[in-house]
Design a protein around this ligand. Structure first.
Ligand SMILES: *Cc1c(COP(=O)(O)O)cnc(C)c1O
Length: 439
């Protein structure tokens, strides 16, 4: 074991390829279906909202896909990201466990999301797209796509879930700083938004509603394509750089993980750290447990049903086979806005079905207690989403102490919480409830 606390790859050691888990599944994944015909969707169905080059990636049977040079040059703004050992947290918990975290909060937007925003903007630019429309929850995806659009010279139009629009004004300002246009969703910009507002003028919004608005905008505005920050296969693919780097960094640390954790909203940062290790498990080269951690108030993996469901509220997306709480599910307005999604990435869902991964759910107060403990031990303030993984890691580290077992725990710290301090305020001042917002 290496006694260093930081494990850095050199610039030239950045992965040159994304890893696609699809061809390695021991059992094929059920395809997305056209909601009308119930037949597998074809290229033509998808190219109405996505450029063809990304649709090809979405359906690609190739195990490795080369990362274009132009994308690697932008990744180089913050990649490779560091792996750190949290020895102070280990001490605080008096655990024999070794705790490592892969830190994706060093990206310009502060989360893992630029890993897919950058290639999505790049492939759209290549395909002649002029403008991208998207939705955002807490604003991490919106700010990541806004950043990527400014790099590649695309317009960016964002529907931001209304509760976050008001709770997180700084993320909105970040998007505007990058040159994007931001609407509170449900908005009056789209027919669907107006319909939701007519039924419920005080609607807090949801990711499902915002996705429907962004898709309607895409279909109705020439030169526009849609970009999604999670859930889809090509998003999980792009995020695989996280796990590929982590594999090499754990080798530098001279240890191999016993348990890997990632928080799971739509599933992409979890997929990012997990899938390269799932590959190793399937190939018999690794034995680790891999755990997705979700909010108790939006528990798609632990309490949802595995079935075909829509990705949005207005029923405009293809039907995807996934763990879902139902596309009409309205999650309470917890502070981890990035985890308020009714479904789970089909690839992550398939992993769960095949027993390649597990899932746990944690309640909000416990999540914030974990985030604060982490900040006070390690100095880094995690995003509330990432604190879900930390809460599960702390539980496991305590079990290690009770069983007197040294296990190696690795988690993805998907983003920093510097723009989430209002949520910390709510916790620190005792205003936070277990579900929903403050009083
Ligand atoms: C968006 C976000 C998440 C949740 O999205 P996934 O697709 O599940 O990864 C988690 N952490 C942070 C910091 C985020 O911004």
């Amino acid at each position: 074991m290496n006694k260093n606390l930081q494990f850095h790859l050199r610039a030239e050691e950045m992965p040159t390829h994304w890893y696609n888990l699809l061809p390695d599944f021991p059992e094929p994944m059920p395809p997305p279906l056209h909601p009308g015909t119930k037949q597998p969707v074809g290229l033509a169905d998808m190219t109405a909202i996505f450029p063809e080059n990304l649709v090809m990636q979405e359906m690609s049977p190739d195990r490795y896909i080369e990362i274009p040079q132009e994308v690697r040059e932008v990744y180089a703004l913050y990649r490779p990201t560091p792996l750190l050992r949290a020895v102070r947290l280990e001490k605080t918990l008096q655990t024999p466990a070794h705790i490592y975290y892969k830190y994706e909060g060093v990206s310009p937007a502060g989360s893992h999301k630029p890993n897919t925003a950058i290639p999505q903007a790049y492939y759209n630019k290549l395909a002649g797209t002029k403008r991208l429309a998207t939705e955002t929850g807490a604003g991490q995806w919106g700010s990541s796509l806004a950043m990527a659009c400014s790099v590649f010279g695309l317009e960016c139009n964002i529907y931001m879930v209304k509760v976050s629009f008001h709770q997180k004004p700084y993320r909105k300002l970040l998007m505007q700083t990058y040159g994007a246009t931001v609407h509170a969703s449900p908005s009056t910009e789209t027919e669907f938004g107006r319909k939701v507002l007519a039924a419920d003028p005080d609607s807090n919004g949801s990711l499902g509603i915002a996705i429907s608005e962004a898709i309607e905008d895409t279909v109705k505005t020439p030169g526009t394509k849609y970009a999604l920050g999670s859930v889809l296969n090509h998003v999980c693919l792009h995020q695989s750089v996280i796990g590929e780097e982590t594999l090499r960094q754990m080798a530098m640390a001279g240890e191999s993980p016993d348990v890997i954790f990632g928080c799971a909203g739509g599933g992409s940062n979890f997929a990012g750290i997990a899938f390269p290790f799932v590959r190793e498990k399937i190939a018999g080269r690794a034995k680790c447990r891999i755990v997705g951690v979700e909010p108790a108030s939006c528990p798609s993996l632990t309490k949802g049903e595995l079935r075909y469901d829509f990705g949005d509220t207005a029923e405009t997306t293809p039907l995807m086979m996934m763990y879902t709480l139902g596309h009409q599910f309205m999650p309470p307005s917890i502070h981890a806005g990035g985890l308020r999604y009714h479904g789970m990435a089909p690839m992550v869902s398939h992993c769960k079905k095949l027993g390649l991964i597990e899932a746990v759910a944690v309640p909000q107060m416990k999540v914030f207690a974990a985030g604060v403990l982490f900040a006070r031990s390690e100095g880094l303030v995690p995003a509330p989403e990432s604190s879900h993984a930390i809460a599960a890691v702390i539980d496991e580290a305590i079990r290690c102490r009770e069983e007197n077992q040294k296990r190696v725990l690795v988690f993805n710290l998907s983003g920093n919480g510097l723009l989430d301090l209002a949520a910390y305020e709510s916790y620190l001042t005792g205003k936070m409830h277990e579900t929903g917002n403050d009083d």
